[in-house]
Design a protein around this ligand. Sequence first.
Ligand SMILES: [Zn+2]
Length: 329
Amino acid sequence: MTFRAIPKAELHTHLEGCAPPSFIKGLAAEKKIDISKIFAPDGGYAFRDFDHFLQVYEAACTTLQNPEDFRRLTMAVLEETASHGVVYMETFVSPDFCGGGDLSAWRDYLAAMEDAALEAEEKLGITLKGIVTGIRHFGPDASKPAARCAAETKGSFITGYGMAGGEMVGRPGDYAYSFDMAREAGLRLTCHAGEWGGPDMVADTIRDLGVERIGHGISAADDPALMAEIAEKEIVLEVCPGSNVVLKAVGGWASHPIAKLRDAGVKVTVSTDDPPFFHTTMTAEYDMLHKTFGWDVDDFTALNNTALAAAFCDDKTRARVAKRLEPAP
Ligand SMILES: [Zn+2]
């Protein structure tokens, strides 16, 4: 059974992390950059653990050097994602990988990505919105230029601000300045937490950064009071089960807490995070949720409705996407 044809929405992806390995290999060959060691014999990305994954990710990013590379990347990613029925996607984009945090360079990269997104929307019927992302393990000060880039370019494409990278570097409150700047600019907020950190990291992220969504958040399942708080505040979790399994944030699919979180009344959504790195797709995620927890079309419809309601887009876009998410008669 495959759920490929079901129209889907996903909120948690990293643009460079969605890059098909063949695309990155092609760019590396064009630019004569030797990154052969980041690939496995089967052609996929090769890494040992989360820290090594971050290194391989950053090595792949060295091939992405100018706005035109990001235009091509955006188009390649949207073609692949749309082929799995995704009609709405949000993706994390980092000024650190696009001109090193320089605002005028960032504007050029952004224009190229938005250009590709509009072209893909017309051709493929998929809408893409960007969430500017600070990289946590670069430190609190390095996240400030990223937040400034976000605040200065809020618009029809950039609609949110968030933080990714090594979760155990610093405490959430250390990054409050950047989140405050983004909030004051009118951006919607999300942050990775509770993928590696415990429930305390999730609780501090909610309290100190004022986010309305949490990236992963799965460790909240270890704390019933925190689950109740998240449910009551209607904070939405961007859960990426396949990513958690491959990176060993959980023991396996059977012990993944997504069903426990949902049963506790927490609003959950499903995304792929960095799909080629984790050998996954939205179709594969749905197949595994079906096999593991018996989730079916009605459950997936509910996930997608939750995702659409929590999407960082304007109401006009939401209404347009809602029509695409309706199952075919
Ligand atoms: Zn992520």
